[in-house]
Structure formats: structure tokens, C-alpha cells
Write a protein that binds this ligand. Structure first.
Ligand SMILES: [Zn+2]
Length: 304
């Protein structure tokens, strides 16, 4: 074999090798979020040490202190000078209660705001059982830290406010308290709410809000879904599905006329059960779901 042939053959091999490896990397999911840290945050927030994170309990406070530390580590700025936003409300048993939201922000080039929300409280303990609420809603809460990390490196256009709400389980109280702040609310263009984004074995998650705000649907339809099947209909009276318009913390925003997209999986056997544990979360689906929602946040940040 002469030199020219050898070179040609070598080039062919190199080409073949390069094209094979490109093909391979296309079939594997690539993440721009730090998935190891995401899983670690999910594990800590939903661990037994937080005792189900019921509002007003020691476990709820332990979870909150962890979130404040993580918001700071990932470089979120405090919201209006503080990571904590305290509020009072009356419980369903008409008891005076105090809740504390954890809120931080990543400033964009504009001071108009997209507020990204999840609730860190859950339902606590019953008898001796701890209800860890890994899907509900440690999953959404852990995603907030992944997004703070991402947008601290890739600056957004809008100012992104990240709110981990307290007392969602007691009637969306943390979200209600934040929308009372009308000076803030005037700047808010949109709410993206994450509540139960991890527990699904069919690779499916619902996006709710496009029935009320149809202009948001083409933006969502255009994103890279990261291998997740995004479904619609839980806000459409003609769909035959339950209406989730007021089912979680996006409700108070919608009530004030703020457009929203809520991401959440279909109800499942672990919902509000003590088996909603870190161990039962399908981690591969969770990572893809968090990536898909990041792609949605980026698309709304670019298009609004
Ligand atoms: Zn929830």
C-alpha cells in the first residue's frame, strides 16, 4: 500500500470514527443542568431529617435553612434584601400561623420579571410515619437551585425570581402572600410553577395554562423536550380532565391576571402517601423533566 492510500485510509477511519461518536452523543440525553447536584438536593430536602416539612415545624425550618444555604451557594441575590419572606395566615382550623418563603433572584438585562416557583412545605408526619414528599414538591424545589446555578452562568434577559413557597399544602398561602406585594407584581410578566415534576413511568408531564394564555403554547411547542412527552388539557373544560387552574401556587398569580405555565405529572399512587420517597423517584425521568423545563424557561425568557 502506498503512502497516499495509507493517508486516505487513515482519513476514512478518522471520518468513520468521528461520525460514529457524533451519532452516539445524539442518542444520549445531554444535560445543561448539574444533575448530580440536583439529585443530591432532592435527597436532602426529602430526607427523614426534614420530617415531612409541615409549615411551622422544626423539619420545615431545617429544610428552609438548607435552601437558604443552597440559594446563596449557587449565587442567587437575596430578594428585596433578604432570602426569607415571612407571612401570616389563618389555618383551615382558624389557627394563626406564620410561614416563611425562601426567595432569591438572578438579575437580567431587564427588570421585568419571570417568577419561577415550587413549594418546599409538605404534610409532615402522621402517627409515626414521615411523609417525605419527594415528588410533592421536593422535586420542584431542587430544580430551582439547578436553574439558579445555570442562569448565574448564562445571564437571562428578564430578571428571574426564584421562590420556594411555604404553606402551599395549607391553601397556597406562600404564593398568596407574595402576590399581595403589588409593587413587585407589576413587574411580573409570567409565572412558571413546578409542583410534582418527577414521579412518572410513562415519560409524561402536563403543561397547564395554555388554555388561558394560548399565546404561550407555540413557544412551548417549539422547545427541545429533552425526551419528555409534554401533554396539555388540565385547564381545558372540553378535555374531560380535572381542572388544575387553581391546583397549586400558580393559582394566585392567575387570579391577579399574571400568565402562567404549571408543570406537573398525573396523580399517582404515591401522591400524599408516605411512599412519596426519594427511593421511589425515577431519576432518569426527573433529570429529563428538569432539563425540559429549563428549555421552556429559556424559550419564554427569549420570547416574552
Ligand atoms: Zn404540591
Amino acid at each position: 500500500m502506498n503512502y497516499l492510500n495509507q493517508t486516505l485510509l487513515l482519513s476514512l477511519f478518522v471520518l468513520l470514527f468521528v461520525s460514529c461518536s457524533v451519532e452516539q452523543s445524539e442518542t444520549e440525553q445531554e444535560y445543561s443542568v448539574n444533575t448530580d447536584q440536583l439529585i443530591e438536593d432532592l435527597r436532602v430536602i426529602s430526607s427523614d431529617s426534614t420530617e415531612g416539612r409541615r409549615t411551622g415545624t422544626k423539619g420545615n425550618r431545617i429544610a428552609r435553612e438548607y435552601l437558604i444555604q443552597r440559594f446563596e451557594e449557587e449565587g442567587a441575590e437575596p430578594f428585596h434584601g433578604s432570602y426569607t419572606h415571612e407571612f401570616t395566615f389563618n389555618s383551615r382550623q382558624d389557627e394563626a400561623m406564620t410561614g416563611v418563603n425562601v426567595i432569591g433572584q438572578v438579575s437580567g438585562s431587564s427588570d421585568s420579571v419571570i417568577v419561577i416557583t415550587a413549594h418546599y412545605d409538605h404534610i409532615g408526619m402522621r402517627d409515626s410515619l414521615i411523609f417525605n414528599g419527594a415528588d410533592d414538591d421536593a422535586s420542584g424545589t431542587a430544580a430551582l437551585m439547578a436553574y439558579i446555578d445555570y442562569f448565574n452562568n448564562v445571564k437571562p434577559n428578564h430578571t428571574l425570581v426564584f421562590a420556594a413557597f411555604d404553606a402551599e399544602e395549607m391553601g397556597l398561602q406562600g404564593a398568596r402572600a407574595l402576590v399581595q406585594d403589588s409593587v413587585f407584581l407589576d413587574k411580573v410578566k409570567m409565572n412558571i410553577n413546578l409542583d410534582m415534576i418527577a414521579q412518572n413511568n410513562e415519560n409524561e408531564i402536563y403543561a397547564v395554562g395554555t388554555y388561558h394564555y394560548p399565546e404561550l403554547k407555540p413557544v412551548l411547542e417549539d422547545i427541545d423536550k429533552a425526551g419528555v412527552n409534554v401533554l396539555y388539557g388540565h385547564d381545558d373544560p372540553d378535555s374531560g380532565l380535572d381542572d388544575w387552574t387553581y391546583a397549586s401556587d400558580h393559582g394566585p398569580f392567575h387570579q391577579e391576571g399574571v400568565s402562567f405555565i404549571y408543570f406537573g405529572v398525573a396523580d399517582h399512587e404515591h401522591y400524599h402517601q408516605h411512599t412519596d420517597d426519594f427511593e421511589t423517584i425515577p431519576q432518569e425521568f426527573y433529570k429529563k423533566s428538569v432539563q425540559m423545563i429549563l428549555n421552556a424557561i429559556k424559550a419564554f425568557d427569549n420570547s416574552l
